[in-house]
Design a protein around this ligand. Structure first.
Ligand code: PEP
Ligand code: MN
Length: 337
């Protein structure tokens, strides 16, 4: 249920609603909007009596949220969420670019990539220190040493760090060293991990499960929001289909319906979405056209030598071409880069 306050409701009146929700044994979620505040509630298994809240001063109305995801839904929050960070806002209006190697390999590669990105005005570096690899014999990532390299590179260049958290065991370390915590496709329904990042005070980039429906994806986002972490960014990274011309099928058609159902920002990952570097530029540009709020792309100073996902990793020169085109397209789509 959502308790919508009148536009002129006072902080005391809002607080009274918050206390009334707690008195029912439920969790209040104040949602300040452009013209008025609404207070969502979660934790009820049975229907809650609307009358309990509609009699309180400053309350306009109490509305039942019909979707199974509550805090993630547009019904609960009509305004788009903009995730605010010291490296820039993530959400509509702007267009966020995140790029970097699949894995943290060593200081040199990570630093050279960050320096290149900063020289092109890109404020976010991606690289995994913990890698979910299909084969146990493939490079598994540098672990905490990799996180330390990322922190060193941020210190030197001022770039923001997006890096994956694979298990609850490393949550504290990844929260400490990252600026955005990535949850990978294989962990989209790892509910204990989702609950754990709900407790984190860093934004979470939630990748879509490779065979997850839009509703399942939003239910996973709900786990994080319900824990009190409202800074969730969705990432479409391709789904499994019968098509074998690409590693996955980048489902750009999920973006318009996602924008109807949720207020959360969405970025597109054309690297995992295609699995082949030749197809990455076209799908990155298509991401902006489809309404995404950003892209996340795998790049490397020497793509053929990348320790993971080499086939889908592009060079700095190819990235230059994408950036030039995105900059030219941005005004058409109402975005600033
Ligand atoms: C990655 O971003 O390198 C990654 C492992 O992504 P995904 O979880 O989408 O496969
Ligand atoms: Mn990868």
């Amino acid at each position: 249920m959502l308790v919508v306050m009148r536009p002129n409701a006072t902080p005391t009146e809002i607080n009274r609603v918050v206390e009334a929700i707690k008195a029912q044994g439920l969790t209040p979620h104040p949602l300040p909007g452009a013209t008025r505040t609404a207070v969502g509630m979660t934790g009820n298994t049975l229907a809650v009596d609307k009358g309990l809240f509609e009699v309180l001063p400053g309350v306009e109305e109490a509305i039942r949220v019909t979707k199974p995801f509550k805090l993630a839904s547009r019904e609960m929050k009509t305004d788009d969420t903009v995730v605010r960070t010291k490296f820039g806002d993530i959400g509509p209006g702007t267009f966020t670019i995140v790029a970097g190697p699949c894995s943290v390999e060593n200081l040199d590669v990570t630093l050279r990539t960050a320096e290149y990105l900063m020289s092109r005005g890109v404020r976010w570096l991606r690289a995994g220190a913990f890698k979910p690899r299909t084969s146990p014999y493939s490079f598994q990532g540098m672990g905490v040493d990799g996180l330390k390299i990322l922190a060193q590179v941020r210190e030197k260049t001022g770039i923001g760090i997006v890096t994956e958290l694979m298990d609850t065991e490393h949550a504290a370390a990844v929260e400490e060293y990252s600026d955005v915590i990535q949850i990978g496709t294989r962990n989209m329904q790892n509910f204990s991990l989702l609950k754990r990042v709900g407790q984190c005070r860093k934004p979470v980039l939630l990748k879509r499960g490779m065979s997850a429906t839009l509703e399942e994806w939003l239910m996973s986002a709900e786990y994080i929001l319900a824990g009190g972490n409202y800074d969730v960014i969705l990432c479409e990274r391709g789904v499994r289909t019968f098509s074998d011309h690409s590693r996955n099928t980048l489902d750009l058609s999920v973006i318009p319906p996602a924008k109807v159902l949720t207020h959360l920002p969405i970025v597109v990952d054309p690297s995992h979405g295609t699995g082949k570097r030749a197809y990455v530029p076209a799908m990155a540009l298509a991401g902006m056209a489809a309404g995404a709020d950003g892209v996340m792309i795998e790049i490397h100073p020497d793509p053929d030598k990348a320790l993971s996902d080499s086939a889908q990793t592009i060079s700095f020169t190819t990235m230059d071409g994408i950036l030039d085109k995105l900059k030219a397209m941005a005004p058409v789509f109402g975005r600033t880069l």
